[in-house]
Design a protein around this ligand. Structure first.
Ligand SMILES: CC(C)(COP(=O)(O)OP(=O)(O)OC[C@H]1O[C@@H](n2cnc3c(N)ncnc32)[C@H](O)[C@@H]1OP(=O)(O)O)[C@@H](O)C(=O)NCCC(=O)NCCS
Length: 242
């Protein structure tokens, strides 16, 4: 994987064996994106309490539709979705899989053919909410954090958080997965790592990848096996008709 987010010169093909992760800023005028959303998505957008949160939701979901539509060569507003038992969205038809994450001004969309993927971005705070580690981190993860302070503690805290959430989103269980029952690397410098998983998933080949730097945020990607090529792209709405 490259160390940076690449601006594509044309819309990149997504062959089997590749995972594409797109990054976009969501703090922009959402009006053009609204036309792509379904009635249900507009209802969700309208339910946000502030214009900023509404705009971010619209930008992220319009970009998601546009990326899926361009990849499949289908109009973005025609796509239909379904959800698994834990709310993970998927396309109603076909083998193109995706996962979306948004936090602060950033959104990430991961795409792959025929394999589930999970992605997570979290806006970072210099004073991380350490109480989260008490309820959601494994004993080994808490031990890894215990000797740290300052920026090293914040970096390890968010590395663990984004890796755990990317994994739980990859397997599709979200927060209903027991977060204390598996362990990820707490070393922020470890670009690719294998989690220690509970018995029912122990044989699976889930691999965790850090993503190139995002200003003010940490991010991770979960892929169900090693050996996938990972490309990281910048999404510029105006280039793709948004
Ligand atoms: C998925 C989840 C971990 C997201 O946490 P988050 O940090 O707030 O949000 P992120 O921005 O990283 O991800 C949100 C996106 O993940 C996707 N998502 C939702 N549920 C998901 C799941 N179970 N697995 C993977 N991805 C999921 C959606 O695209 C969602 O975007 P949207 O809310 O704009 O539609 C959390 O919302 C969750 O656990 N949801 C499931 C709740 C549940 O168990 N419901 C039971 C239904 S019976």
């Amino acid at each position: 994987m490259s160390d940076s987010w690449t601006m594509p010169s044309g819309f990149p093909d997504l062959p089997p064996g590749q995972v594409h992760v797109w990054r976009l800023r969501t703090d922009r005028d959402p009006r053009s994106g609204l036309a792509l959303l379904s009635a249900e998505e507009r209802r969700r957008a309208d339910a946000f309490r502030t214009d900023l949160l509404r705009a971010r939701y619209v930008a992220a979901h319009a970009a998601l539709r546009l990326l899926l539509g361009r990849t499949l060569d289908v109009p973005a507003d025609r796509l239909r979705f379904r959800q698994n038992a834990w709310g993970k969205p998927a396309l109603a038809e076909g083998d193109l899989r995706f996962n979306l994450s948004h936090s602060g001004p950033w959104a990430l969309v991961a795409l792959a053919r025929g394999i589930e993927v999970g992605v997570d971005v979290e806006a970072v705070s210099h004073a991380p909410p350490l109480e989260v580690a008490g309820i959601a981190y494994s004993a080994a993860e808490r031990a890894a954090l215990s000797g740290l302070s300052g920026p090293a503690l914040a970096a390890a805290f968010y590395a663990v958080w984004t890796r755990k959430e990317a994994l739980s989103k990859g397997i599709g269980r979200g927060f209903s997965f027991d977060f204390t029952g598996f362990t990820v690397s707490a070393d922020p410098a470890e670009r690719t790592s294998r989690p220690a998983l509970p018995k029912d998933l122990a044989g699976a080949g889930w691999t965790l990848h850090d993503l190139p730097a995002l200003e003010g945020a940490a991010a991770a990607l979960a892929v169900p096996a090693a050996g996938f090529g990972i490309a990281t792209w910048r999404f510029e709405p105006s280039l793709w008709g948004l």
